[in-house]
Design a protein around this ligand. Structure first.
Ligand code: SAH
Length: 209
């Protein structure tokens, strides 16, 4: 998986590659899907949500340029796979998930790896995590209609935010670096994520929030 899907497509950061080699991705999917866990695609994790394609996990992680000392916010815990990769590359991960069953399942898997530097919270992550802000890096792993101002506000100066922005079908990965007096924006390519649902995302339908 790492050689063919990650390195061959241009991911270079040795720490990201090492983390992708270390985390056993099959443990983050249900047993029936374990044979496909290292395939070049996302997989369902229940509640109509998905664990992201390995390459996208690597690309987004590399874009955050982590050195090991950062406090990182992840919006969209999902399976917990991305959070566990981030946990190997930073000091502490604050991960927010809106569906409690999904969050509980991720918590169980993360505990089984002794991922003690990952906090999982059930909340609307489009509001960020105010009590713990500002963050050195923020990763949003669900597709947003626009970049939430609330997340930009919770970034340190010099901090990086990576987020898929677009319509409900396709998005573009955007990296924003917060400078002292302005925001620097880069485009990292197309992607497809499930919807970011919340106050600063897509409208809530139903009563899960
Ligand atoms: N990072 C995950 C994949 C996330 S799938 C992994 O490694 O497996 C996207 C997740 O974002 C879903 O679980 C969905 O419930 C969650 N989500 C959507 N909107 C959200 C919001 N406003 N706050 C927190 N989580 C949200």
């Amino acid at each position: 998986m790492v050689e063919r899907q990650v390195i061959a497509r241009g991911v270079k950061d040795p720490a990201v590659i090492e983390a992708m080699l270390r985390v056993p991705r099959h443990l983050f999917v249900e047993e029936a899907l374990r044979g496909q866990a290292y395939g070049d695609y996302p997989l369902p994790i229940g509640e109509k949500q998905t664990i992201s394609q390995p390459y996208i996990v690597a690309l987004m992680t590399e874009a955050l340029a982590l050195t090991g000392s950062e406090r990182v916010l992840e919006v969209g815990t999902g399976s917990g796979y991305q959070a566990s990769i981030l946990s190997l590359l930073s000091e502490k991960v604050y991960s927010v998930e809106r569906i409690s069953r999904v969050a509980n399942n991720a918590r169980k898997i993360l505990d089984s790896f002794y991922c003690s530097n990952v906090l999982v919270r059930v909340a609307d992550g489009t509001r960020g995590w105010l009590d713990e802000a500002p963050f050195d890096a923020i990763m949003v792993t669900a597709g947003a209609p626009k970049v939430p101002d609330s997340l930009v506000a919770q970034l340190c100066v010099g901090g990086r935010l990576v987020i898929p922005v677009g319509d409900e079908e396709v998005q573009e990965l955007i990296k924003i670096t917060k400078m002292k007096d302005r925001l620097q924006t880069e485009r990292l390519g197309g992607c497809r994520f499930v919807k970011l649902i919340g106050a600063n995302g897509w409208e809530v339908k139903g009563n899960r929030c």
